[in-house]
Write a protein that binds this ligand. Sequence first.
Ligand SMILES: [Fe+2]
Length: 286
Amino acid sequence: MAKLVATLASTHHPFYLKATTAPPEQQMPEAPTWKRKIEAYRETLAKAEPDVLVMIGSDHFHQIFLDNCPQFLIGKAERYDATFYNEEREFGIPKYVLEGDEAMSRFMHQSLMNQNFDFAFSNELKIDHSIICPIITVRPQNDLPVVPIYTNIFAPPLHTPKRFYEVGRAIRKAIDDFPSDKRVAAIGTGHLSLELGGPRQFMETGPDPVFDRQAIEWLKSGDIDAILENVTHESMAQSGNATHGFLNFILMLGVAGPEGADYVDNLDLFHTMEAYFTWYPKEAAA
Ligand SMILES: [Fe+2]
């Protein structure tokens, strides 16, 4: 059977590449620290020596619109084009082509359906920065095949935090049951407190630093009970109009265990808190 060798959950900041590759005199003061933290985080994936990446992200209305909006979707393509025009123009993110792992996508889709999770699928998925940002940060050589999974964190009604957790558990089972000797890493991105286009967007911290610190503690200790007790759609909306991206962190905790994280780091940036977590399955730990 395939072996999950690492689970990574992080924020996805589309300006990382631009911020850290600009001429030094144009860089924001936090850029060198940011780069150092990302490179340390990258090592947590490298040391797990994965063969294939299950990537969890959320389309930012680039390919999926309100005419047909799945809650959960798995990509089943041979390869995936990535990066939309506005992401190139605004964020300076280059185009990518990601190789797919069709056999694993097929197996995982069937497994998720067998577990009563009605995943939509796409053989023509194009990937946006929710999946390309972690490729840039933790696997910039882009040398591994992927199974992309999209969740709906943007267009209400959204599924509950509990459902996201359960989907994470089901993804974990689908990985564990995949008949293969592959080493699999699951990598998902979302947000802590975040405000986009609202009055709290351009503050010195994220819109809700109290939530951010609490959320990091919950993920660090793997305390899914506290998360499910305290995090609701209403509480996330109060923490910032795009805080629902935290649902993807909840999903990743489902993939991981839930258990305490083995690696935790964060960085307070202008208007947002960056956070980086890695879990190693205890049986796979060296
Ligand atoms: Fe995002």
